[in-house]
Design a protein. Sequence first.
Length: 388
Amino acid sequence: MSAARPNDMRVEEILAELVAVDSTSSRSNADIVRLIAARAERAGLCARLFPYTDEAGVKKLQLVAAYPKSFEDGGEVELVLVGHTDTVPFDPAWDEALRLTEREGKLYGRGACDTKGFIAAALAAVEATDLSKLTRPLALVFTADEEVGCLGAKRLAEGRAFRARHAVVGEPTSLVPVRAGKGYCLAEVRVRGREAHSAHPSLGASAITRAARLVSRVERVAEELKGDAHAAFDPPHTTLNVGLIRGGTAKNIIPGECRFTLEWRPVPGQPPERVLELLGREIEEMRREEPEFDCEVRVLRLDGGAETDAGAPLVRALEELTGKRAGAVSFGTEAPQMAELGAAAVVFGPGDIRVAHRTGEFVPASELREAASILGRVIERFCAPRHQ
Ligand SMILES: [Zn+2]
């Protein structure tokens, strides 16, 4: 089978179509998924929609488009290309947000980089492939609600919508294959005190002072976590962040309550609960020092890191096709859910994560075309291998 080269203009046209549809996570993504499903069907895939209603009552759609058409729900594919259809919100003053605009080789628009560029490249690659030559099943999977916690991918994983041996998870990695990612965890810590008139501190107990003492212990936990290093990452350890803090009601009242968020990004191999255990130990020590110390930890998210073996065939193939060594990223992706579905997952896509989520987000046109071409070759290697 000759290496099909996707039509360069086509991938940009597809991206322009995708960018024109506002698919901010808070809205329904039905329009963009229907558009993608229609394209996939025209290309010869069978498209299956997986609808659900999100927490706010908004209808969401996910798409599994597979070849051959006889592919059944829950079946196994050789290769899956996965991209999320939702984007972060955009500033209404950014007038290119929904109108793909090219300047100096860069394509600007919301989602151009994260992750509609990858979706366009995957569609262009499939459209340029002679599917009748494929001897092993292929699927394109397009998810919802990635930006708000990989909620769609988690549903697909729980529902065992399919199984896969290899997965390319689309995220802007500047065309560097990424085989390891940190997890993402979040908790809210609520510290209670006792309100009193600030002229009589001994009648109360300050929740803010208590929280401050706990936060400085969190810094110690962060230091301790440096001992569990994973060389593939920069920084090479689990990081912590107290990103929000709120407490008290007035300047002359001893504060009765203080809340803060604790976010951590665990390295693969470290249980995501590890930070909770260390935090729990610090809280116990504070209780021993002050029996009235009152604190509650509410876990909001607990996603561990994920890692694919450096010698996995997809890692090797993408290293060879890109000429770049596989690395690691510190942001969350849908790779862990693909691993749950059986796949050796590699994160890969056009565009730079550092410009994602910004006004003026863009993908370099040359990277977009290159991505389509590389994905086409990955499809051939895995789904139409010459030596079987
Ligand atoms: Zn993304």
